[in-house]
Design a protein around this ligand. Structure first.
Ligand code: NIG
Ligand code: FE
Length: 411
């Protein structure tokens, strides 16, 4: 007996434009980062969960058999967006803290006073498995509505054995790519960071390594220092996990040299990085993940994105969606910030949220491009020009998100 029928063929016809990062490599850097192929008056054909063909309408040949058709008039197609840095698994919210920050309190002060990340740790422990599943599911719908078809999410708000493992499991069950952020903060039941890491590496890592694809650490004043981050990351690498770092968010504390030495996939944030960091990152294979919504939300300086791109560093851009520093699940909004605040071209921003982000989450060659054989993850923009992705600041720019060949019809 055969199982339920999967997606069939879908023909999206009469698109105003189809736009995709060109070529086949990843990550893109230098001039290749801004090299977008644009096909005017285009069609896109999917077969099952893969892209089967694309081109100009004048080159479309009659198709035999069953094909569902979608009208692309007034629409542009771009690859499904890839959010390579989120913290989508949390209980509660931080709206009170948001109001306090609006009145002048700083993020670091609130963190030092036991608020901030630690207040979300308490709410996450209280939420339980069902509450966390409901939360990640709700956040996933927000992302799909905004055109995100692939998302990474970190744990890091449990910081005990049970809640970290539940977080990683729930993220995967809700379709995310789980990263173990076991070194996010020192939870209240531990006196110091080293004692907490003893516990996390001995008790949590063996099972976390079975559930997660990568590990991440918050290397920062008031969180974990470079020696502690090295210890955590080396143990995670030895357990088979890819490595990521939160680094240079508020201070330069050694994240970039450590990321390069350990062959990390990425170092993320970088608002405080200096010229030496730019030069070092540009010479390396580590991707700099830029999070302009977080800088905006905390009223912090933007990372030196233009200098990084001009120095030929590989960069990706992501939301950093989380309850404290970036309550924003929209990559189109982040593309607007990339263009207006980071001074990336719309083409560079597109590559940064598609092909380069796919590389950061280990999905290069499968996600982040419109090309035959890639996953049929597609965003249809309600726009006559694909650059509206960045141009339409905060607007309803996503008309339809297609995942694995199936329109989500979320509206
Ligand atoms: O990437 N900086 C560390 N972690 C998160 C914020 C987490 C929070 O404030 O809850 C970030 O910005
Ligand atoms: Fe983050």
């Amino acid at each position: 007996m055969s199982g339920p029928a999967g997606p069939g063929r879908l023909l999206i016809r009469d698109l105003e434009q189809l736009a995709t990062p060109r070529g086949s490599g990843a990550p893109l850097r230098g001039p290749a980062l801004g090299d977008v192929e644009v096909i005017e008056d285009a069609f896109l054909l999917t077969d099952g969960d893969r892209i089967a063909g694309m081109g100009r309408m004048t080159d479309l040949r009659p198709l035999d058999g069953d094909v569902e058709e979608l009208d692309g008039r007034g629409r542009c197609a771009v690859p499904g967006l890839v959010d390579c840095h989120t913290h989508a698994c949390f209980g509660g919210d931080r709206v009170e803290e948001f109001a306090l920050r609006a009145a002048g309190a700083s993020y670091e002060e609130l963190h030092a006073a036991g608020g901030g990340i630690l207040s979300t740790v308490l709410a996450t422990r209280e939420a339980g498995e069902a509450g966390l599943r409901e939360a990640v599911g709700r956040h996933h719908v927000w992302m799909l509505r905004a055109g995100t078809t692939t998302f990474e999410s970190k744990s890091g708000y449990g910081l005990d054995l049970e809640t970290e493992l539940v977080s990683l499991r729930v993220i995967a069950e809700e379709g995310g790519i789980p990263t173990w952020l076991g070194a996010h903060a020192v939870p209240p039941e531990f006196g110091d960071a080293d004692a907490y890491l003893d516990f996390a590496l001995r008790e949590v890592l063996p099972q976390a390594a079975e559930l997660a694809e990568a590990a991440d650490v918050f290397l920062e004043r008031g969180a974990f220092d470079a020696a502690q981050a090295r210890r955590y990351l080396e143990a995670c690498r030895d357990a088979g996990l890819a490595l990521r770092l939160h680094g240079d968010q508020f201070t330069e504390a050694g994240a970039i040299p450590l990321a390069i030495e350990l062959g990390a996939r990425s170092v993320d944030h970088l608002e405080a990085m200096g010229d030496g960091g730019v030069r070092a990152l540009a010479r390396s294979g580590v991707v700099g993940v830029l999070l302009p919504a977080s800088a905006l939300f905390l009223d912090r300086p933007m990372p030196p994105a233009r200098a990084l791109v001009d120095a030929c560093a590989a960069v990706a851009v992501a939301t950093d969606f989380n309850p404290g520093s970036a309550f924003c699940a929209s990559l189109p909004l982040v593309c607007s910030l990339a263009a207006t605040q980071l001074h990336l071209s719309p083409a560079e921003a597109l590559a940064a949220v598609t092909v380069n982000a796919a590389h950061v989450v280990g999905r290069a060659g499968r996600n982040g491009r419109l090309a035959p054989g890639y996953d049929a993850d597609i965003v249809l923009l309600d726009a006559p020009d694909w650059r509206y992705l960045a141009y339409h600041l905060g607007g309803p720019v996503v008309a339809e998100t297609i995942v694995a060949g199936v329109p989500t019809r979320l509206g």
